[in-house]
Design a protein around this ligand. Sequence first.
Ligand SMILES: [Zn+2]
Length: 282
Amino acid sequence: MSSAAQAEQLVDGVLRIVAPNPSPMTGEGTNSYIVGHSRCAIIDPGVDEAAHLDALVAAAPGEVAAILVTHAHPDHTGGALRLAERLNVPVYAYPLELQGIRDEDFAPHRPLYHGDIVDLDTVRLEAIHAPGHTADHLCFFWREAGLLFAGDTVMADVTVVILPPDGDMSAYMQSLEQLQALPIERIAPGHGRLLEDAPAVLAHIVAHRRERETQVLESLSVDEPMMAEQIAVQLYPDLDVRLQPMAAAQVEAHLIRLVALGNAVAVADGWLCVQEADPLFY
Ligand SMILES: [Zn+2]
């Protein structure tokens, strides 16, 4: 059995323990957060591993009242149901079954919708429905502290993966705009370090996505269909071969959005751009 990571205090009222699931997709591992004081919530228990769950229980400064899940990817839901059973508390999440990668055994006990408040006495968390990475994705906003628990909507230093069918690039762009309208100062992501200067982080992500979208559009022609895989190889020439299917799916997410915007069309053997379409304006 692996030993659990140490609890680390990020700000007063927020502890983080990194789950022992490092990988190319999860970075150092999933961040599990303990939020609150005498009454607290655990966000994304991460993995169903005794040492990790023990560490979460031991580090909680008070009574654990709820387990919150940002989205039903297995690296976030992993320990949720076992921890809920152990502590006899409900798991809250957005009630929607994903179609692609998902934790098949996971179902929340209680639903949380956009605008719902999780009241932890000293901390109030607002549920923000932020689809894009997945359709069920919730962020949790501690407004008084300007701190957003972003799940996989924002990651530290790496680009968030948007994989169809659960991933939706247009929804993601809208969710980023929604977050930009909130008074967020700092972001505690699902993977990686605490991010200062949230407005700059969000602006950077939006700019990066628009740049990629333009590149995808520019790689299309009006009469020679291109496959998402071909475009991915052009855009990410140095990519680890194991991550190429992921990159192709990411390009596909941009292509689906370009079709919705009227800039591209899907044909039998790939994708074409629409000559008459206006260039991309934002
Ligand atoms: Zn995820």
